[in-house]
Design a protein. Structure first.
Length: 251
């Protein structure tokens, strides 16, 4: 099976590529924009399978199919829930919501292996797509959080938060002034709320803000320890399975 990835976030593309390699799916190419994809498809043989992000940096990936007669199966990947229904109406194999879960990815690949009797021409209903995607909004991430302090509500800007962490079944935000605030959220809830360029989940217990990392030092068992500017109540250790993705995120 020959697959390509079309994804504008390069760390996400590389992570997906590694997950597919683990599933013994060969990824020959990674493309990062509508324009780049159109040029590539015009000059190369089309793959068996495309992993396609819907929202790319220079437009919607559906524009690729308006410009080129694509003859590959598609698995859509996106962070936008509202596109799910339309994606299933297309000639696609599956729909994966980001961040992509490795088990869901494996199920989608197996579904493709069962589904594909032969290559079929991609058929899209562009009128339905355009109705659905009129003036699509860019993805919005939380810029501030509201926490309760006694009888008062306090607003904390995301850039003031050095890290989020879990402790004794609670989730806390540690701020640049050395305070720790209890949130009505779990770390899992935060995953879709935090901008991936600013925050990274280094372990099951911590999200860190790249703007407040003071130092990164080697730790036992090929792990890394993160030192923040202010927060120092607990060690922040990048788990071994996250070290590679963490280094890519820093680039």
């Amino acid at each position: 099976m020959n697959a390509i990835i079309i994804e504008d976030e390069k760390p996400a593309a590389r992570r997906l590529g590694r997950l597919l390699t683990n599933l013994k799916v060969g990824v020959s190419t990674m493309l990062h924009s509508v324009e780049e994809a159109i040029i590539w498809f015009r000059e190369n043989n089309h793959p068996d399978l495309i992993f396609l992000d819907i929202q790319l940096s220079d437009g919607l990936s559906f524009e690729i199919f308006e410009a080129v007669d694509i003859q590959s199966s598609v698995i859509f990947t996106t962070a936008y829930d509202e596109y799910a229904l339309q994606a299933f109406k297309l000639n696609s194999i599956d729909y994966l919501l980001k961040p992509i879960d490795d088990e869901e990815l494996e199920i989608a690949v197996k579904k493709y292996l069962v589904f594909r009797p032969e290559k079929q021409k991609m058929t899209l209903d562009f009128e339905d797509i355009k109705k659905l995607l009129v003036n699509p909004l860019e993805r919005e991430y939380k810029k501030r959080f509201t926490v309760r302090v006694g009888q008062h509500l306090k607003i904390i800007n995301a850039e003031e938060i050095e890290c989020f962490y879990s402790d004794k079944k609670g989730t806390y935000a540690a701020t640049i002034d050395g305070r720790n605030y209890l949130l009505d959220l779990t770390l899992e809830n935060l995953e879709s709320e935090l901008h991936p360029n600013s925050f990274f989940r280094v372990s099951r217990k911590f999200y860190v803000n790249i703007s407040h990392i003071k130092d990164i030092v080697s730790y036992t068992n090929s792990r890394l320890e993160i030192k923040l500017n202010r927060y120092n109540e607990q060690e922040i250790i990048v788990s071994r399975e996250r070290v590679k993705d963490f280094k890519l995120w820093l680039e």
